[in-house]
Design a protein around this ligand. Structure first.
Ligand SMILES: [Zn+2]
Length: 605
């Protein structure tokens, strides 16, 4: 058993989640966490909403609300979206808590003390008409990289590159259109080049990463530059240094604060658990760094490919600096030496009907709208078998319909339905195995199902989820073929009935095993199949939304959390002859082909 941290990308609190978002970080991290728990590991799955930064401030200004009000609204919306998909977070929190601010400031102070955060004079914008500082969000201009005419002072929304206001071509004030004047101002920078050596050693010791992620990360090390970690902005975490703490016009850059969320959320989880030090089991560095040897604690980070740099370069650099292990040395801060990521698990992008997701162009389906019309497991299945695990993939409604009807309903659902209803009708219970014993065909199916635990489990633990669910569905296909070949419906005579019982017993054992193998992917239907087989209690635990008091006197907020110590283990459990069975209700809903045109009509053009 080991301590497994599942660190899941933090959704930005500026709108509801669409299925592209959750296919990259949400469902894969939940499949992994559910499997690791079933296999006996001690999993801590954390995340929350990322709520600071210029885009929230800009959107709040536009809507005439405070940034806090906007963050409150979308924190709640996103918590509901993730809950609807059954994502089993131990804690899904937010970045506006005093706990998060304190942890961010602790990292900032220690990195500063160790010499990795350096002040630098840069050019800041002021308004010529008022003489006052012009915050980043009030400046726009043409992106120097891609030519987009409405790039913001801190970032271009078209190409995604981070910018400084002074980089903009033809900069202008969004307040009155005047051209800002640039004057010298002080900001803080993270000295990334001081980590080049330690990061190279660390990346060289990584094993099992997806090759594209490792290659991309190595390339980033070739050109490390100091990176700004403060902004001219009022909304964010204050800079915890003498002379800066009380300034209302300078804040820590949102990317610096958001990546620290993995740590602050783990600390918040521990504080809420009654053992405030419990987070150390997943974070304390207890092994040699750089030799490829980790201790019992492992950290897996899940995200889309646009976020690789933050997880394979910047976050490890912050941790190295905190531990005093960059070129400038230093001493660890109050939290002790912290462990670097074991693996950065990045997915590629999902497109929608051949186009990029775009909320403004209505090329989108939000999680909430999806779940209002379809079941969570239908989406989870599509993401697992056809999601962007290692290459960009396309969501089409026709393919969704086909996967749902041909594979879930006609494959897995049909196996469950026909084996249970035949047993219920002819025996009223799980039939016993005939004393005459098992045939070769019986043994073969039972062997295939049992072998699935090693194969499917191994693939999930190596982040090959597409192959893993393929192997689980192969067990389903084998069981369907077995039923067709053995044709138990023909074994009705008094003399044949014991053999009919054996065939159905074997089939139900395969159903039970396949159900366990599919539980990390399809937790809602797994619970139903468990109950159809006469099982009681929790098979696949589910998260709940709990309104909690802030630990440090801030306003209350909703979190996602749950008790995942209950539920099925990753093993074959013998089905019990004599356990009563009722005629089953269908596990999955067959969809009418007309949904394809209906959904396409909802998309914008
Ligand atoms: Zn651009």
């Amino acid at each position: 058993m080991s301590h497994v941290l599942a660190a899941v990308a933090w959704p930005y609190a500026n709108g509801p989640r669409h299925i592209g978002h959750v296919s990259g970080f949400g469902v894969p991290s939940d499949v992994f966490s559910r499997y690791m728990r079933m296999a006996g590991h001690d999993v801590l799955m954390v995340s929350g909403t990322d709520e600071h930064g210029t885009p929230i401030q800009v959107q709040a200004d536009r809507e005439g609300v405070s940034p806090r009000e906007l963050a409150d609204r979308y924190n709640r919306v996103i918590v509901e979206d993730l809950h609807g998909l059954g994502l089993s977070y131990d804690l899904f929190t937010r970045t506006t808590t005093p706990n998060h601010h304190a942890v961010v400031q602790e990292l900032f102070e220690t990195l500063h003390r160790n010499g990795y955060i350096v002040p630098k004079v840069t050019m800041g914008a002021i308004s010529p008409s008022t003489g006052r500082t012009l915050p980043d969000r009030y400046i726009e201009g043409t992106c120097p990289i891609c030519g987009y005419p409405h790039a913001r002072g801190d970032q271009c929304d078209n190409c995604g590159n981070q910018l400084d206001p002074v980089d903009l071509v033809n900069p202008r004030s969004k307040i009155n259109g005047e051209t800002p004047r640039f004057v010298e101002t002080e900001h803080f920078f993270l000295d990334l080049p001081a980590f080049a050596r330690a990061l190279t050693t660390w990346l060289d010791s990584r094993e099992g990463w997806r090759p594209n992620v490792l290659r991309f990360s190595r390339n980033l090390l070739d050109d490390l530059q100091p990176r700004a970690i403060s902004r001219d902005l009022e909304w964010g975490v204050p800079i915890p240094l003498e002379g800066w703490r009380d300034r209302s016009d300078k804040r820590i850059y949102v990317w610096f604060d958001a990546v620290i969320g993995y740590l602050s959320a783990s600390i918040e989880w521990a504080r809420r658990s009654g053992d405030p030090q419990a987070w150390r089991r997943w974070w304390a560095a207890d092994a040699q760094r750089g030799g490829g040897v980790d201790g019992d604690a492992r950290g897996y980070y899940f995200m889309g490919k646009d976020n690789i740099v933050f997880h394979s370069v910047i976050w490890p650099a912050l941790l190295l600096g905190y531990d005093g292990e960059g070129d400038r040395g230093g001493e660890p801060g109050d939290l002790g030496r912290l462990q670097l990521p074991t693996e950065v698990v990045s997915s590629e992008f999902l497109t929608m009907e051949g186009r990029k997701f775009s909320s403004s162009r209505q090329v989108v389906i939000y999680v909430r709208d999806f779940l209002a019309r379809y079941d969570a497991d239908a989406l989870r299945y599509f993401i697992a078998v056809a999601g962007p695990e290692s290459q960009d993939t396309d969501f089409t409604w026709a393919e969704f319909l086909r996967r749902n009807n041909d594979e879930l309903v006609a494959g897995w659902g049909n196996l469950v339905n026909r084996s249970i209803s035949m047993a219920a009708k002819n025996f009223g219970a799980i039939p016993p195995v005939d004393p005459a014993g098992l045939t070769e065909a019986d043994q073969a199916l039972l062997g295939t199902a049992r072998a699935g635990f090693g194969t499917v489990g191994g693939l999930i633990s190596r982040h090959r989820q597409k192959q893993a669910i393929g192997e689980a569905m192969r067990v389903v296909a084998e069981a369907n073929r077995y039923l067709s070949e053995q044709a138990p419906w023909k074994l009705r005579s008094e003399a044949d009935k014991p053999r009919m019982g054996t065939v159905l017993h074997v089939a139900l054992q395969a159903v039970s095993d396949a159900n366990t193998l599919l539980t990390p992917f399809l937790p809602y239907s797994a619970q139903r199949v468990h109950e159809l087989l006469g099982g009681t209690g929790v098979h696949a635990p589910m998260p709940s939304i709990v309104e909690v008091d802030d630990l440090d006197g801030g306003p209350s907020y909703p979190v996602l959390t749950g008790d995942y110590t209950v539920g099925a283990r990753w093993e074959s459990v013998p089905v019990e002859a004599g356990r009563p069975l009722a005629a089953p209700k269908p596990v999955f809903r067959k969809l009418d082909p007309s949904i394809v045109d209906e959904e396409l009509a909802r998309l914008g053009d």
